[in-house]
Design a protein around this ligand. Structure first.
Ligand code: ATP
Ligand code: MG
Length: 347
């Protein structure tokens, strides 16, 4: 459905300064996949989406989307895709229903068909009650659902969503996701969805595949579970009195599946947690306890923690993604040097 080969994008900012926003991204996304693209601010996520949606031309490399080359055949690409940009696309002073009808007409539906389609989308995205209100009177969550509806007007089989849930409260995030997942399977063939998010838990829960981008390159690409198992591993923490720390750590080193063992800082009683990084924490913990018991070592407490996608990013880059997530909550939409909105260009 999407195939890119060594895609790059340079922005020449001034005579002496070029931003290498995307530095050689190769991706192969199959029909029906739900892919989350993660990465810190400025990683190149939006720029990649904008190249795939024909909004900016690549500097080098190639990309085909829905079978068409983004440079040679942009009109065909646009007809096949929906795009919900980081900033949203709805006209603020429009009435909700009219906005959807107008979008339908832009995509070549006659007025009657456009009204029918608008009604279906309002229903599907739970906006029927808001249909006759002005767009700028909607709450953030309702507005974002309208953005998604606008992206779906022409029934694309492939949908790009750039931070669909940023800035929404937990209730509205859950609500938006429910709708995204429902409309994903509502079509005759499952839709392909590529989205960016700074909410790692969303990517973890909903995406079947996670692509981690950093400095314009893909640094990991797999299921969330595989990334966590391969790159981070579970953490089994065994609390033990000071006298047993060395022996327990040595025993844990020898246990099957162990990748690394560290002794945590001493507690008030001098005891420590022996922290065991292992492929399968819940599987390894009972064996560790039995071995400790057989060796006459005391374990006073056991904790098993599964890694998060943030642990994966930390393991890959030495930096945490979590810090960028908070800053980004109100990040502005399109770049100031490129004022083109989705609607203008895709229309
Ligand atoms: N039109 C432009 N002109 C100059 N530089 C740009 C332009 N658009 C993007 N950039 C730069 O390219 C880099 C990648 O930006 P991009 O918007 O793709 O990042 P992102 O991963 O979407 O980040 P965020 O999480 O903040 O949305 C950044 O350094 C950004 O400042
Ligand atoms: Mg972005």
């Amino acid at each position: 459905m999407i195939r890119t080969n060594a895609l790059t994008k340079d922005f020449v900012v001034s005579r002496t300064r070029t931003v290498h926003a995307v530095r050689g991204i190769s991706l192969d996304i199959q029909p029906g996949e739900l892919v989350a693209v993660l990465g810190p601010n400025g990683a190149g996520k939006t720029t990649t989406l904008r190249m795939l949606t024909t909004l900016v031309p690549p500097t080098s490399g190639t990309a085909t989307v829905a079978g068409y080359d983004v440079v040679a055949d942009p009109a065909r690409v646009r007809a096949a895709i929906g795009y919900v940009g980081q900033g949203g696309a709805g006209g603020a002073s429009q009435v909700v229903r009219d906005e959807l009808v107008a979008q339908g007409e832009i995509y070549g539906l006659d007025r009657r068909a456009a009204r029918t389609r608008a009604g279906e989308l309002l229903e599907a995205l739970d906006l029927t009650e808001q249909a006759d209100r002005k767009v700028d009177s909607l709450s953030g969550g309702q507005k974002r659902r309208l953005d998604v509806a606008v992206g779906l007007v022409h029934e694309p089989t492939l949908l790009f969503l750039d931070e669909p849930s940023t800035g929404l409260d937990p209730h509205n995030r859950a609500n938006l996701w429910e709708h995204v997942l429902r409309m994903r399977t509502a079509a005759a063939e499952p839709r392909t969805i590529v989205l960016t998010t700074h909410y790692l838990d969303e990517a973890d829960t909903f995406a079947e595949r996670v692509v981690v981008v950093d400095h314009g390159q893909v640094i990991a690409d797999d299921t969330a579970d595989a990334l966590k198992a391969d790159l981070a591993g579970d953490l089994v923490s065994l609390r033990t009195p000071a006298a047993d720390v060395t022996a327990l750590a040595a025993l844990a080193e020898r246990a099957p599946g162990t990748r690394a063992v560290h002794a945590g800082p001493p507690g008030p009683d001098g005891g420590r947690a022996v922290e065991v990084r292992t492929a399968d924490g819940p599987g390894a913990a009972p064996g560790l306890l039995r071995a400790a018991d057989a060796a006459g070592l005391t374990v006073t407490r056991v904790d098993v923690a599964r890694p998060t996608l943030d642990d994966v990013f930390l393991g890959l880059t030495g930096r945490s993604l979590r810090e960028t997530a908070v800053q980004d909550a109100d990040s502005p939409a399109a770049s100031p040097t490129d004022p083109t909105t989705t609607k203008e260009v895709l229309a």
